[in-house]
Design a protein around this ligand. Structure first.
Ligand code: GDP
Ligand code: MG
Length: 160
């Protein structure tokens, strides 16, 4: 195991998690929030939001050249999304594991996509893929005053 990977797993990070419009329409918001809450991560931002096309395009700018890009933008802007910021030790990679791989049919049972979705184009949830993108995406979707710093009562029971 590479030392820098171990270091990044032990550092406090932030990640942007979003329930996509299908997750909201299918009544999965509570279930999805619950998975991150139960794991022990800290919610620092939460809102229901109708995403403008321009923001969706900025969020997914790395995928602009993909053939599915127009459909992706249509999907993400097709109804309100639930925007969340989560904080914790190693939260970026851990959240990606909780979410499961992009194609829900290949996602492991026990993951959000593995348990709750069947198609890549309707995969119910987004999670940042690196600590840098976590910061970038939280800054993109939230204003500074929408992020709350607080200490969960359970903190000493989660980490020694
Ligand atoms: P993620 O990080 O697991 O969400 O996956 P990517 O960053 O590769 O893609 C972003 C999102 O674009 C995915 O979550 C899907 O909603 C969508 N997407 C990716 N690949 C495809 C595809 O082949 N077809 C369609 N329709 N959507 C895709
Ligand atoms: Mg991605």
């Amino acid at each position: 195991f590479l030392p820098h990977l171990v270091a990044s797993m032990e550092e406090v990070q932030e990640t942007y998690i979003m329930v996509k419009p299908d997750g909201l329409q299918r009544g999965l918001v509570g279930e999805i929030i619950s998975r991150f809450e139960k794991k022990g991560f800290k919610l620092t931002g939460l809102k229901l939001f109708q995403c403008p096309k321009q923001l969706a395009e900025e969020h997914y700018k790395d995928l602009k050249a993909k053939p599915f890009f127009p459909k992706l933008i249509e999907y993400i802007t097709s109804g309100p999304v639930v925007c969340m910021a989560w904080e914790g030790v190693g939260v970026v990679a851990s959240a990606r594991k909780l979410i499961g791989v992009t194609n829900p049919l290949q996602a492991e049972p026990g993951t959000i996509r593995g348990d709750l979705a069947v198609q890549t184009g309707r995969n119910v949830v987004h999670g940042s893929d690196s600590p840098e993108n976590g910061k970038r995406e939280i800054a993109l979707w939230f204003t500074e005053d929408e992020i709350c710093q607080w200490t969960p009562a359970q903190a000493p029971w989660l980490r020694e």
